[in-house]
Design a protein around this ligand. Structure first.
Ligand code: ATP
Ligand code: ATP
Length: 566
């Protein structure tokens, strides 16, 4: 047995209750398993027990046993763990050790005492696998979120260890790179016989390649340990607040009864054909409604250009308009300039050319602080935004800064914390939160300010379905009730499909499309140019012979929204 947890429990030093409760989990050598579960359910804590961060860097009390490679970890020092387990962490920033991307990738090779001459070809070929070959001389800190994630992946690919642990490897990756990452992990599993443990919210993306078992966690316990087909045929995912693959939700909406023998872990399985008539009958009921959209412009970018180094443009001649009250998505491959656009709007960097108008006013006339009163930005990495020790203070900070009365602050902060599923943590230190929970705190701290324009960079990264549905329903309500305009930057195609109506697509710093979201998702060539992929909903429509894929997607979204509101 490669990994064996027996009656294992763990309690963080700062908490008064255990985070892992009576875990019994066996993983054979060469198995590939996925751990899923709501945010805060204990997934990363399991990961930290496997890679030695617990107990060597993070303190707490454990009971029961954990054996790795046949040995009790109670006898391990940190060195034993690093010889056995390689990890890609959720927060890549805390993982870089090299001054350049190449050094960072070579770090594991140095640890393995590989001669320098042998290192170059390995670093180069690994960089090619994750499309980093042009960035080898760059500092990892100066890369986009997704590029950083690729550096972490490359680091683990050269690591000569038996067990590979991936904590949310896909969170910051564009859809095409996500698929490729899953293929690379699969290759390592099949060809090098590695034992693979993947912690990931994006179950549908992980199931792009075969997985032996899925472990479902809830509240520190394992509530299911079964094959993907058995799990998807059951109602366990919905019961525990986890997002099902999109095509499966569509089949269920169309009253199809899915069983394990349908092999529902793969949208392209021929077993699904037997449900065709049900889906067609459901789809004929569709009659499209075109919602009226107010057309007054709020944000107008014209011919915006910016370069970090004066050489390559990170944003190149980009123009688009976002109208008041719209819910728009900005999509594009890793490093295509999405976060840089946000920095330009915030005023963190000044454009080399072009203008940004907000309600007709040129933003260059406003200071960063003045802009922040009108534009709320939630950045990709929560650790880049948090400045307070306690959750309540973090969320109250912006209002206090504006001199709002403490009673009103109290009321507003509590309301937002409740809507973001964080009320019970209001008096907690931020350090005791999981990554996904921290992300929610940063969203709450911006929402409480009710900005005119809300920009959310990867809001669902690290979030489970239940938490993000509650949060986005609230944002949708703010959008409808207060007319707050929302721009979402995301690689999460579910989110984009379900919440946004128009998509702005960037590729290599340039704008390549600005169209209705379902139109964008019905154009495989356009999607490919931006490292996006068709969704399983589109694939289901095609495999069942439905031509109007855009209408099919729209109908499904309306059905889902109606269900979420109910
Ligand atoms: N360093 C820490 N100190 C104290 N408590 C912690 C620490 N890290 C996590 N916790 C607690 O353990 C619980 C589980 O956290 P964990 O990071 O394992 O969850 P997760 O399932 O990986 O969540 P996510 O999907 O949001 O990353 C959290 O609710 C949090 O209260
Ligand atoms: N601080 C920086 N210094 C130098 N170059 C940078 C810096 N930040 C980003 N870049 C580069 O600018 C380009 C655009 O990056 P940006 O972060 O805007 O991309 P993105 O579309 O948000 O990517 P992702 O989807 O990975 O978050 C990338 O090539 C990136 O390497």
């Amino acid at each position: 047995m490669q990994i064996e947890f027996s009656n294992f429990s763990f309690q963080y030093e700062s908490l008064d209750k255990p985070t892992l409760k009576n875990i019994n989990l066996k993983i054979e050598k060469g198995e590939k398993i996925v751990i899923i579960g709501a945010s805060g359910s204990g997934k990363s804590t399991i990961g930290r027990c496997l890679n030695g961060l617990i107990p060597h860097a993070i303190k707490g009390q454990s009971t029961g046993d954990l054996h790795i490679a046949g040995k009790a970890v109670s006898d391990f020092d940190m060195h034993h763990y690093t010889e056995l387990v390689g990890t890609v962490l959720q927060d890549t920033d805390s993982q870089f050790v090299g001054l350049t991307v190449a050094e960072d990738i070579a770090f594991a090779l140095e640890n393995q005492c590989t001669p320098t001459v042998d290192m170059y070809p390995v670093v180069k070929s690994t960089a090619q696998m994750v499309e980093l070959e042009t960035l080898l001389a760059r500092s990892p800190q100066e890369l986009s979120g997704g590029q950083k994630q690729r550096v972490s992946l490359a680091g683990i690919l050269v690591d000569d260890v038996d067990i590979l642990l991936f904590d949310e490897p896909l969170a910051a990756l564009d859809p095409k790179t996500s698929k490729k990452t899953i293929e690379i992990i699969d290759q390592l599993h099949r060809e090098a016989g590695k034992t693979i443990v993947i912690i990931e919210h994006r179950l549908e993306d992980v199931l792009h390649r075969h997985v032996d078992r899925v472990i479902l966690m809830d509240n520190g316990e394992i509530v299911a340990d079964m094959t993907p087909d058995a799990l998807l045929a059951s109602s366990l995912l919905t019961t525990h607040g986890i997002r099902e693959p999109l095509f499966l939700s569509a089949l269920k909406s169309a009253n199809c009864h899915i069983v394990e023998a349908d092999k529902p872990s793969n949208v392209n399985t021929s077993y699904l054909q037997k449900h065709k008539q049900n889906v067609l009958d459901w789809f004929t009921a569709y009659s499209p409604e075109i919602p009226a959209v107010e057309q007054a412009p709020l944000l107008a970018l014209s011919e915006l250009t910016y370069s970090y180094n004066g050489d390559v443009n990170a944003v190149d001649d980009v123009s688009f308009t976002v109208n008041k009250g719209e819910f728009v998505s900005i999509l594009g491959k890793n490093g295509s300039g999405k976060s840089t656009l946000t920095k330009l709007i915030m005023g963190v960097v000044e454009p080399d050319a072009g203008h940004i108008l907000l309600n007709g006013q040129d933003l260059s006339e406003l200071s960063i602080f003045e802009r922040s009163l009108r534009v709320g930005v939630v950045m990709q990495n929560p650790n880049h935004m948090i400045s307070h020790h306690m959750i309540f203070d973090e969320v109250a900070f912006g209002l206090r800064n504006r001199g709002v009365d403490e009673d009103i602050i109290n009321e507003k902060v509590l309301q937002v914390l409740t809507l973001c599923g964080l009320k019970k943590y209001r008096n907690w230190p931020i350090d005791a939160l999981s990554y996904g929970q921290k992300k929610r705190v940063t969203i709450a701290s911006i929402l409480v300010l009710e900005p005119e324009l809300l920009i959310l960079d990867e809001p669902t990264a690290g979030q489970d379905y239940r938490s993000y549905t509650a949060m986005l329903s609230f944002i949708k309500e703010l959008n409808a009730r207060l007319g707050i305009t929302v721009v979402i930057i995301s690689h999460d195609m579910h989110l984009v499909l379900e919440y946004t109506t128009r998509s702005i697509v960037l590729s290599d710093s340039k704008l390549i499309a600005d169209a209705a979201m379902t139109e964008v998702f019905s154009q495989p060539d356009l999607l490919a140019a931006a490292n996006l992929t068709t969704t399983s909903l589109y694939e289901l429509a095609i495999s069942l012979g439905i031509d109007d894929t855009s209408a099919f997607m729209q109908y499904f979204i309306h059905t889902e929204q109606a269900r979420n509101l109910a």
